[in-house]
Structure formats: structure tokens, C-alpha cells
Design a binder for this molecule. Structure first.
Ligand SMILES: [Zn+2]
Length: 141
């Protein structure tokens, strides 16, 4: 018995709640947008019904500039999903617009100096065509 290594594992599909479609549509278009409050201007993520700052329900999907800072990271050495074979890193980025996002560092591996480093949003096309928002070190270090 052998595994078929020619077949790429399917990327898990996003769970589409009431407020997620705008986010994933923008990622697919490679211009990631978050909800921006129409009342106070705060960006929010994950998507939701009200602004956490002022409780307004009015918002517009607004593209982010793409910059951020690594707040935390880890490397998983155990596989949980076939699409993400170990080892792989997971990190928390604080976007320049304010919200925190869980993603992956691509192009290099995090290390003891990673916290506080600047990163830039990029998009990775998975083997099955799914597009995911990822981050790379600013300046390609
Ligand atoms: Zn607000």
C-alpha cells in the first residue's frame, strides 16, 4: 500500500458565515479587504456584524495596505490537515490597520528574531487553485 503523492490534498474551504464572503472574495481578487467601520473608521477582523469600537453596524469592505508586524509565531511538527504537511509555521500578524490575523510566513522561516519584524501581505496559490493570504518578510530578508 502506498500513498498517491501525485495527488495534491484539497485546501480546506473557508467556512462561510454571514460576514465572510466579502473577505474571501477580496482574497481571491488579490486585494484583501477588511470591514472598515463607516462611523469611526476602525478596521475589524474577523468579519462580524458590529464595530468593536463603536458598535455601528455600517461598514465598507476596504482594501488593506498589506503591511504588518509579527506578534507571535510557532512551527507545527505534527500534521493536522493533508493540505498542510508538517513542518509548517503559523504566526500572528498585527496589520497596520490594527486587526490581528493568523497566517503563515512564506519565503523564509521564523526564528528568534522574528517577533517585531515587518511583513508584507502576499498571496499563495495552492496546488488545487485556492488562493490564501500569506506574509513575507519586508525587504525579502
Ligand atoms: Zn466604529
Amino acid at each position: 500500500m502506498s500513498a498517491n503523492i501525485e495527488t495534491a490534498a484539497a485546501t480546506p474551504r473557508p467556512v462561510m458565515g454571514l460576514y465572510d464572503r466579502g473577505f474571501w472574495d477580496s482574497v481571491r481578487e488579490r486585494r484583501m479587504a477588511l470591514q472598515k467601520c463607516a462611523h469611526c473608521g476602525a478596521f475589524r477582523y474577523p468579519p462580524g456584524p458590529t464595530c468593536p469600537e463603536c458598535l455601528s453596524t455600517e461598514y465598507a469592505w476596504t482594501p488593506v495596505a498589506g503591511g504588518g508586524e509579527i506578534m507571535s509565531w510557532t512551527v507545527f511538527h505534527r500534521g493536522y490537515l493533508p493540505a498542510y504537511p508538517p513542518p509548517y509555521n503559523v504566526m500572528v500578524v498585527r496589520l497596520d490597520e490594527g486587526p490581528f490575523m493568523v497566517s503563515n510566513l512564506t519565503g523564509s522561516e521564523p526564528n528568534g528574531h522574528s517577533i517585531g519584524q515587518r511583513v508584507r501581505l502576499c498571496y499563495e496559490t495552492m496546488p488545487d487553485g485556492a488562493i490564501l493570504p500569506r506574509f513575507e518578510l519586508e525587504g525579502g530578508q
